[in-house]
Each structure stands twice: as C-alpha cells, then as structure tokens.
Design a protein around this ligand. Sequence first.
Ligand code: ADE
Ligand code: ZN
Length: 338
Amino acid sequence: MVDADLENWIRQLPKVELHVHLEGSIRPQTLTELAAKNGVDLPGGVTAIYQFSDFSGFLDAYMRCAACLCTQGDFERVTYEFLLDQAALGIHYCEVFLSSMQHLRRDFDFDCLMQGIQAGYRQARSETGIRMGVIFDHGRQFGAQEGLRVLERAIGTRKFGVIGLSIGGDEVNFPPELFEEMFLRARQAGLRVTAHAGEVRGPESVWGAIHKLGVRRIGHGIHAIQDPDLMAYLQQQRIYLDICPTSNVRTGAVPSLNEHPVRRLFDAGVPLTISSDDPALFQTNLVQEYLLLAQHFGFDRRELQQLSLNGVRASFLPEQERAELQARFQQALTALVV
Ligand code: ADE
Ligand code: ZN
C-alpha cells in the first residue's frame, strides 16, 4: 500500500539525481509521436517495448528509444519535458547521460545536438529553476577506438554543457581496462568521469573502474557486496555507488528486489546515492525509488535525508556551487519535519 503522507514528504525532500539517461526518460506519448514523425518502427507500440525480461532485451529497447531522436528539435523537446518532470518530483539538479554512440554512428552533428539539449534546458530552467549537467556515456560494445571519437565530441561541446564522460552498455564482454586511455585523456582534459561497473559483473569490474579509469563514482556497483575488501575501500575512500533498485530488478542485474543489496551496502557504510536510471523504460521515477527504499528496505526519513545529501556531495558541480547547494539542502532539511 502506498503511504500518501510518506510519498508527499519524499516529493518535498530536496533531491538531486546523478544517474539518469536522457534516451531512457522520454515520455511515452512523446516517444510515440517521435517514432511516427521520424518513421521509426516500435513493434507493438510503446508499451510493448517496455516489456523486456533481461539485460540484452533492455539494451535493445533502449536503442529503439535513442533512434527516435532525429533532429535538434527532438533533443530540445525531450530535454525540456524531462526536466519539467524532474522538477515536479522535487529534483533541483541532475546529471544526465547521453548515449553518444547512438547518435554519432548516425553522423549526428554534435554541436547541433547539444544546442537542442541546451535550448530545452534553458527553457526548463527559466520555468522551474532546475539545473543540469550532461555526461557522455559511451556504449562499451562500440569499443575503445570509437570511445576516443566520443571523447573528442565531449571536449568540443563543453561550451554547451557537457561536464563528463562515462561508459555503459555491455559490461560482460567489455571490461573497464579497454578504456584506460580514453579515461586518462578525459581526466587530463578536465572532464569528470564515472563508469557503469559491478552492475552485471562482479567486484573485479568495480576495482578495474577505480584503478584503471580513475573514477570516484560508480554506476550501480551492486556486486561490490561480494567483496568485503572492496566495500571497506569504497567506504574509506568515499567512492560513491549510484544505486538504482528498480533498474536492477528490471534488467535482471539482481534476481529479485528481496535480494537487492542496498540495505546491506548502506549498513556497511558504503557511500550511496539513489537514482532511477531510465525512468520511462522502467516505469519509475526518483520519488518511487526513495519510496521503495522506505517501504521495502526500511529506510527511515533521516536515512533518506542522508541519501539526498550524498547526492549533492557526490555531484560533479564545481566545488563552490556544490558547497552552496549542500548548504541550501541542509537548511531545507532542517525545516522539513521528519
Ligand atoms: N544504458 C542505459 N541504462 C543502462 C544501464 N543500466 N546499464 C548500462 N547501460 C545503460
Ligand atoms: Zn545507467
């Protein structure tokens, strides 16, 4: 049963979201319209593409969503709508992944693409005050060479709001080590870096992301639960895991919600933040993810506040802005009755 009072409280809780993909956040109605406009086949319609049962089915659905974005105006529209939806959930700032290769392989002009995103962002920001940074997420299955092309585009479009670089996609066949050079160059260029790791592979993938790629924030990282040394290291070094419970169940990364390690990771002192990953595809949102933690894993309101503050601490905002946002959150949290 949904506790309306708790849900309301979570909505009011000031939040940031650090792990959310633009292509997985398109409103169903908008996706239907874009598919029709751009002649993209969605077999069985939007609801059918949400019905996947494993990780490869999920990636397939995800790529169909990405293929529906064909013009600068499409990027502007989905960014604008996405940010309005985020603001309505009480989200003040988000870091949004863009699956760069999905667009680069169609030869999309990245200045044009990022100008579309920026226009949608400007409009949503002026209406709601929400803020956003863009992270280019490189699908590992496209390989390291293509990764360097993505990096070049990321550097070239920083002026339009790109702040970082990441790897996602097929973690099973493409370990972090392959992308060492790409990440080294990204860090040298001043981009912030993160990586999906320990989502469907074990602790070795998280160690690789830390030691070979130099990341201090990990997408998912749930399989760290298998390695006490890794958990201790994450705690001591303050390396954050962006946890997305519904995503992990829907993609089959965990067998069931009961087996999700979020509570055990939190109790072991591993620094965590909470995200929705692909809210439209997983039919969830950040408020629902917090609610799940409360109702299924027994997180109390103080613990949820702690997770919200962790999001600000782990964000890639420039240090002064990060500190200002943290101070504002702290003030708002004090005013929010627990
Ligand atoms: N792209 C979008 N969501 C993803 C996820 N959960 N894992 C890997 N790649 C992704
Ligand atoms: Zn992700």
